[in-house]
Design a protein around this ligand. Structure first.
Ligand code: KIV
Ligand code: ZN
Length: 400
């Protein structure tokens, strides 16, 4: 099959998009998804090997366990930058700095809410007070590490003028990455893209920072919004394996990576991710968090490369590109599966018999196919053993 993932434009004309994985922080905030220390180390090692640029390893002030995990991941990681999260509170920032100090490259990721609803009800602070907090806390973080990310929590529900004021303050105080999260998954793609465009145009020192997207999936728009943010000029994507995260989750890393790879013809970006490791990463995180991956989940779900309808199976047997836009190998899966069920046609049934080494005459085939259809009407899953059994039965009846 032609790999459509190598479509134009050429690699050199694409912008590099940084992948910031927050499976171990925002992902772990998903109710019921806590991981043990060893599981976190295993996930971090795999993320590093697969080419994640920044691993947000945890929230060091949250617990001693989180602090230990971030510190150990910082010590062990070979390539990726290790980030620790901190609220805009001096003790949080100091703790995050301590945890990431062992990293080859350490980042403090500090955030504060900027929307009116958060300022009024959660922070109980005025706009001016929050700007003062940004100036102080980002400067404190910058004294500890070179690499400081600042996030405007609930950016998408923040008036643009005030958002620009906060971003300008954060960059002035030394932030090197500016993240504008869609914290409650409220934005639409057009709005999210336009917010990045406007902030980057209006903030005078915007070119001194990398802009980042961070999208939640409350309306199922996390991937669409993340890609729209890239169109608006962001060059870092925050995401999690299998899309785990608060409430409906975060943008899924595997979906972002494969959308960029597969539609390189219309999205001139590239990531450093080895996509063949995506299936392995999905399985590891699902196992560590005890969170099943939904069957129809894009890229890594059990059905993502499975075909049952007769028309689709017939097409797939003739040419894989008829119903697949990426190869299973490109995400680390051995092969496409043609699921045998009541929708399967003769072509798929014949191919299954060939695969099982069962050679039937035309009459035997006809008889076996009818028995298979009758069985598939009664049974949800028709396994290889069922087919072998019905062929045996078929041959035995013919001999009687
Ligand atoms: O969703 C969010 O706003 C966050 C911040 C801490 C970046 O996770
Ligand atoms: Zn988040």
């Amino acid at each position: 099959m032609t790999d459509t993932t190598t479509a134009s434009p050429t690699s050199s004309s694409r912008d590099r998009v940084l992948i910031f994985d927050t499976t171990l922080r925002d992902g772990e905030q998903c109710p019921g998804a806590t991981m043990t220390f060893d599981e976190k180390l295993a996930v971090a090692e795999l993320l590093d090997t697969m080419g994640v640029d920044i691993i947000e390893a945890g929230f060091p002030i949250a617990s001693n366990g989180d602090f230990e995990a971030v510190s150990e991941i910082a010590r062990r990681t070979k390539r990726a930058t290790i980030a620790g999260l901190a609220r805009a509170i001096p003790a949080d920032i100091a703790r995050a700095g301590e945890a990431v100090r062992h990293a080859g490259r350490g980042r403090i990721h500090t955030f504060v809410s900027t929307s009116p609803i958060h300022l009024a009800h959660q922070m109980r602070k005025t706009e001016d007070e929050v700007v003062e907090i940004i100036l102080k806390t980002v400067a404190q973080a910058r004294d500890l590490v070179e690499d400081v990310e600042w996030s405007a929590m609930d950016a998408t529900r923040t008036p643009l003028d005030y958002l620009c004021r906060c971003v300008e303050a954060a960059i002035k105080a030394g932030a090197t990455t500016i993240n504008l999260p869609d914290t409650v998954g409220y934005a639409t793609p057009g709005e999210y893209r336009d917010m990045f465009r406007a902030v980057r145009e209006r903030v005078p020192n915007a070119d001194r920072a990398v802009f980042s997207v961070h999208c939640h999936n409350d309306l199922g728009l996390a991937i669409a919004n993340s890609l729209a943010g890239l169109e608006g000029g962001a060059r870092q994507v925050e995401c999690t394996i299998n899309g785990i995260g608060e409430r409906a989750g975060n943008a899924a890393l595997e979906e972002i990576v494969m959308a960029i790879r597969t539609r390189g013809d219309v999205m001139p970006y590239e990531t450093g991710i080895e996509s063949q490791m995506l299936t392995r990463a999905s399985k590891l995180v699902s196992h560590a968090t005890n969170f099943p991956v939904q069957f129809n989940k894009a890229i890594v779900g059990r059905n993502a490369f499975a075909h049952e309808s007769g028309i689709h199976q017939d097409g797939m047997l003739k040419h894989a590109e008829t119903y697949e836009i990426m190869t299973p190998a490109s995400v680390g899966l051995a092969k496409t599966s043609l699921v045998m069920g009541k929708h399967s046609g003769r072509a798929a049934f014949r191919s299954k018999l060939d695969e099982l080494g069962l050679n039937l005459t035309d009459n035997q085939f006809q008889d076996a196919f009818e028995r298979f259809k009758a069985l598939a009407d009664r049974k949800k899953h028709v396994y290889d053993e069922d087919i072998e059994a019905l062929v045996d039965e078929n041959l035995a009846t013919a001999q009687d």
